[in-house]
Design a protein around this ligand. Structure first.
Ligand SMILES: Nc1ncnc2c1ncn2[C@@H]1O[C@H](COP(=O)(O)OP(=O)(O)OP(=O)(O)O)[C@@H](O)[C@H]1O
Ligand SMILES: [Mg+2]
Length: 258
């Protein structure tokens, strides 16, 4: 029976103490809010069997911090990401959004979340530029198209802006999906194997973009990866294996950023 009891090293500390530990006040600089997973378990019913993926996960996802989730295929990494972002509900336990003054539904953070799906989920009838501009337009941003163009440039795809997903390679679609998720400067970035389809140079450039959002803009970055090199860049590393999950690494952000 899989059992996961994960306590984030800072989870037990009151907020004020955490801020002191960090040294630089990342929290107030970036309009602090965070996501908490409280005793979260996930199981599925398949062919009259109950498959337990993980149980009793406690995790606190803070702004300005990066988290890598690693583990074998099928171990539950994408499932955890879907729960943590509020896209799916856990079988038991809860996922909530928090600020210094209140605890609220994760749904209230929906507009602050950028999600890079493992399968990209681009809208097939829209070209690359319109796919990237859409979340900005939905937020009423009048400069949506210009910002989308800049992001397509950042991911090296300016020359593909009028191409639809079916006219793009897997790696190109992945980069459009990354641009779409980052263009509106989300406070929380969930990235499911964001470099899985990329060559090593593109992977390095995308990793730099993702970690810059975290380090420079104070976003939370939660990524799933099979790449040890990418996982090593994160402040915190969480490993899934055979229903067990454990911390592989966790550092004080102030030390990491120095
Ligand atoms: N809705 C569902 N119903 C039944 N089983 C599911 C459901 N969603 C996920 N699973 C199962 O849960 C397990 C974990 O899936 P998940 O996608 O989280 O794995 P993963 O660690 O992301 O794997 P990969 O590295 O291959 O992407 C898989 O065996 C999958 O079939
Ligand atoms: Mg997955």
């Amino acid at each position: 029976m899989p059992v996961c009891v994960l306590s984030h090293p800072f989870h037990a500390y009151p907020f004020t103490l955490t801020s002191k530990l960090i040294g630089v006040d990342i929290m107030s600089k970036h309009n602090n809010s965070w996501i908490e997973l409280r005793d979260v378990s996930q199981s599925f019913r398949a062919e009259s069997r109950n498959i337990v993926l993980f149980e009793n996960v406690n995790l606190c996802i803070r702004q300005g911090e990066s988290y890598a989730i690693t583990g074998p295929s099928g171990s539950g990494k994408s499932s955890l990401l879907m729960l943590a972002s509020g896209l799916e509900k856990p079988s038991t336990g809860s996922v909530v959004g928090c600020s210094e003054t209140k605890t609220h539904s994760i749904n209230e953070l929906r507009s602050e979340i950028g999600f890079i799906f493992q399968q990209f989920h681009l809208l097939p009838e829209l070209d690359a530029l319109t796919n990237v501009a859409l979340p900005l337009k939905l937020r009423g941003n009048k400069a949506a198209t210009d910002i989308a163009k800049q992001w397509l440039e950042k991911v090296g795809l300016a020359h593909r802006s009028t191409h639809k997903p079916s006219q793009l390679s897997g790696g190109e679609q992945q980069r459009v999906a990354i641009a779409r998720a980052l263009a509106f400067s989300p406070k929380f970035i969930f990235a499911d194997e964001p470099t899985g389809n990329l060559d090593s140079q593109s992977a390095k450039e995308i990793a730099d973009l993702l970690f810059a959002c975290c380090k420079d803009k104070g976003a939370s970055l939660i990524l799933v990866t099979h790449s040890e090199q990418l996982a090593d860049k994160a402040m915190h590393q969480l490993h899934f294996n055979e229903g067990k999950c454990s911390w592989k690494k966790s550092v004080i952000p102030g030390e990491y950023c120095a």
